[in-house]
Design a protein around this ligand. Structure first.
Ligand code: SF4
Ligand code: SF4
Ligand code: FES
Length: 416
């Protein structure tokens, strides 16, 4: 293979912007502390955007073997980058025969390959001289993923029926998957999303732990959230199957909290067959413009695919499974900064409600008050007041939605 010289992106701290929060050393695991291999994890995860890219001219090359073919490649890069440079299809939307690498921060492990006999996330592992890489994993391969925060919850998520939220005590146990395919500046869970310090675990381990939490807290609902919980499909399917096996009683509910951006109909069918009973998809926007603003994605074509898939997911579940087989509650993130002015805010929210009404006006909606979090110190953003949330709720109801709830800093507001 002829190597075409190109500049490689590396990342380094801008000391004048660094606030010393240690997020990049305590939460993020740098896969190559001695020389940057450009994985981007610290760049994507620094809450103050103090890590900046710089372009470096590569000087040395090394030899690696990929799927039994030898290649000469630049040193000091990740396996994922090496695969891209030698022409592999590496994608952020699942495609047949492509390596799916949606989070790029070491959390989801969907991008795993076999390198020198060990399964590793390709986005988070440096190439080495003589490395032997297999991109196809065997059928017996046990997927792993970074999962954190096993805990009981008093309110659940957007896919939790609203009438349960008013009960006292815990109603759900949950765990949280690291890695997300969105880049929201207002990420409410960024400590989980960008976490790569802990060891990835098998779906069976996670199901055993969550079941133990269910028993300890005497609840029927078990949830997985994130980050984005759907990114590693084999992992999630095995997790739900194992949860179903461990919890065969009729009261057990298995709840998926998701941005729904890759939930195609075949994936949904597989989740239902594996035991999913409840789902809380976020429909972050109706227009691409607002979706880009919320998710901070820059690739418009990719973002449009994610947005279309999320709406199609809600329609598919409504047409095939809701409400008899699957309970579905939809989330709508809200903050006035997502809209350029008052007129557009009302227009977008009305269009969002109209589109959902056409699918089914009875679907439960939870408006989420997006508060200043993560990179919000760089935005002029304030916490929506309970009154503002009530106004948005009325707006959606006036269009025809029948079950609108709102999360506010003073607690949840029920439908009526
Ligand atoms: S995460 Fe960002 S702000 Fe925090 S210590 Fe690292 S570089 Fe500095
Ligand atoms: S975390 Fe990744 S991008 Fe950041 S310094 Fe380490 S190798 Fe470079
Ligand atoms: S894309 Fe590599 S771990 Fe998620």
């Amino acid at each position: 293979m002829r190597l075409i010289l190109q500049l490689l992106e590396k990342y380094k701290k801008n000391e004048s912007k660094c606030r010393g929060c240690n997020f990049c050393s305590k939460i993020i695991r740098c896969p190559s502390p001695n020389y940057c291999v450009g994985c981007k994890s610290c760049y994507l995860g620094c809450p103050y955007e103090a890590i900046e890219p710089e372009l470096i001219k590569p000087s040395k090359t090394i030899k690696i073997i990929v799927d039994d073919v030898s290649y000469e490649i630049f040193e000091g890069i990740t396996i994922k980058k090496a695969l891209e440079l030698i022409g592999f299809n590496v994608t952020r939307y699942p495609e047949k025969d492509a390596l799916f690498a949606p989070c790029e921060t070491g959390g989801c492990q969907s991008c795993s390959v076999l390198a020198d006999g060990v399964i590793v996330p390709s986005c988070h592992t440096p190439v080495r001289q003589g490395m032997v890489i297999q991109t196809q994993l065997s059928e017996n391969y046990v997927p792993r993923r970074i999962i954190n925060g096993f805990s009981p919850h008093p309110v659940g998520g957007v896919g939790t029926p609203w009438h349960l939220k008013s009960k006292r005590g815990y109603i759900e146990v949950a765990c949280f998957a690291a890695g997300c395919n969105f880049r929201c500046r207002t990420c409410q869970n960024f400590h989980v999303t960008y976490k790569s310090q802990t060891r990835p675990i098998t779906p069976e381990d996670a199901a055993l732990q969550l079941t133990a939490f269910r028993r300890r807290y005497q609840v029927n609902r078990m949830a997985i959230s994130g980050g984005e919980s759907t990114l590693n499909r084999p992992w999630l399917i095995r997790f739900f199957k194992k949860l179903s096996l461990l919890n065969p009683d009729k009261q057990a509910r298995i709840h998926l909290d998701t941005n729904a951006s890759i939930l195609t109909s075949d994936y949904i069918d597989e989740l239902v067959a594996a035991g999913m009973t409840d789902i809380g998809p976020d429909l972050k926007a109706v227009t691409l413009e607002t979706f880009l603003k919320i998710t901070c994605l820059t690739d418009k074509e990719l973002a449009q695919k994610y947005l279309d898939t999320a709406w199609n997911c809600v329609k598919y579940i409504a047409d095939h499974y809701y409400p008899e087989k699957i309970f579905m509650g939809v989330g709508l993130p809200y903050n006035e900064i997502f809209y350029p002015n008052e007129e557009r805010r009302v227009e977008e929210l009305s269009n969002w409600a109209e589109r959902l009404c056409k699918i089914d006006p009875s679907i439960q909606v939870c408006i989420l008050d997006y508060r200043p979090e993560f990179r919000s110190s760089l935005l002029k953003m304030s916490y929506p007041s309970p009154q503002e949330m009530k106004t948005v709720k009325s707006l959606l109801e006036n269009v025809g939605l029948k079950c609108v709830t709102a999360q506010t800093r003073e607690g949840h507001i029920g439908p009526k």
